[in-house]
Write a protein of this length. Structure first.
Ligand code: KG4
Length: 338
């Protein structure tokens, strides 16, 4: 008998539901919330309310697209954390209610495991997946971590940011340039036509495999502040070069720690994940590095870089196979490590 898992993701501002059968993706529906754009960031209270409006239609659509009925499901996997507590409560309560109603197991998933294990989602029977152990560089709005993935259940953080995440660096610098939130995709687009060598911003000197992005943010802010004093139109006239130089610096910082991590561990497979892994320059830089180093690169499809329930269903599938079921009394958690 096949294992049919419904995944539910509601950790931030995307309501998503997905169905996988034995690791093969049948549907992945995502409703993104536009309401936050006017506020320059995610407003937690609004996010929870929109999840409440979206969750039933999103789950229904995921089942419809998968061509399955809820009575066919083997388990419900949901994101328990980390994330915004109010948002997590919506997905958690819905998943619990559905599991109780259908009398099937509930499987709680760490959102970060989901990002790492998204590389195991297969859309076709013959899709390949990474070999353990591998390194996953997880870069999002909240995390920048180098993770040694020994198995779906055994992950070790080799290095992580001591202050801001890479996505925050993109978003905060973009804000200084007057770009809308989230700024990462705007920087990516502008950088395509810019000169990445035009401006230099400071890079951190941190021992080991840890990251820091707060110095870069300050250096970017001061560069713009001083230049605008001389020329009030400086930012408007240099958008593409500023974006390209900023993106280049962030990628260099990320790669400066990925290289030794791969060397030290001797892994043969290297993956990236999280929202920032959608960045064109970063994807190319990682692919080029892996080519040179003779290791296999795993660059996720863009639809699996941002928050999605397919990765939750996938991580849930691994736990389901081990009969690691969740507890109906468990509450979501806003913060948790990998
Ligand atoms: O994983 P994610 O969707 O959720 C959070 O952790 O919040 O990551 C969101 C982050 C944001 O900082 C966003 O600006 C960044 O991912 N991002 C990008 C790109 N697409 C999303 N950063 C750079 N280039 C992109 N194309």
């Amino acid at each position: 008998m096949s294992d049919l898992i419904l995944g539910i993701e509601s950790s931030c501002d995307d309501t998503s539901a997905a169905v996988i059968r034995d690791g093969l993706l049948l549907s992945n529906v995502i409703a993104s919330q536009k309401v936050h754009e006017a506020y320059g960031g995610v407003v937690p209270e609004l996010a929870s309310r929109v999840h409440q409006q979206n969750i039933v239609p999103v789950v229904s659509e995921a089942l419809r697209q998968a061509g399955v009925g809820k009575e066919d499901l083997s388990a419900i996997a949901y994101t328990r954390g980390p994330g915004l507590l109010g948002s997590l409560h919506v997905g958690t309560s819905f998943a619990k209610g559905m599991a109780i109603g259908l009398d099937i197991p509930l499987v709680d998933v760490n959102h970060l495991h989901g990002h790492v294990l998204s590389h195991f989602i297969r859309e076709k029977e013959d899709d390949e997946v990474p070999e353990f152990p591998f390194i996953c560089l997880l870069v999002s709005g909240g995390n920048s971590q180098i993770v040694l993935v020994k198995s779906p259940f055994d992950m070790e953080i080799l290095g992580q940011t001591i202050d801001d995440a890479a996505g925050e660096a993109f978003d905060k610098c973009a804000k200084v340039m007057g770009l809308p939130y989230p700024g990462g995709p705007h920087i990516d687009r502008l950088a395509e036509s810019g000169d990445q060598t035009r401006f230099r911003f400071s890079k951190p000197h941190i021992a080991g495999l840890d990251y820091s992005f707060s110095g870069l943010k300050t250096s970017f802010l001061y560069t713009l502040r001083d230049a605008v004093r001389e020329d009030p139109q400086f930012v408007e006239n240099n958008m593409a070069d500023l974006a390209a130089s900023l993106q280049h610096t962030i990628i260099e910082i990320l790669l400066d720690k990925l290289r030794p991590a791969v060397r030290q561990t001797g892994v043969r497979h290297v993956a990236i994940g999280g929202g920032v892994s959608a960045n064109s320059g970063f994807r190319k830089a990682v692919a080029d590095f892996c080519d040179e180093a003779g290791v296999r690169a795993w660059i996720p499809a863009r639809k699996f870089t941002t928050d999605n329930a397919a990765m939750v269903a996938m991580a849930g599938y691994f736990k389901f196979k081990r009969k690691e079921f969740g507890d109906l009394g468990s509450a979501p958690f806003a913060r948790v490590s990998i």
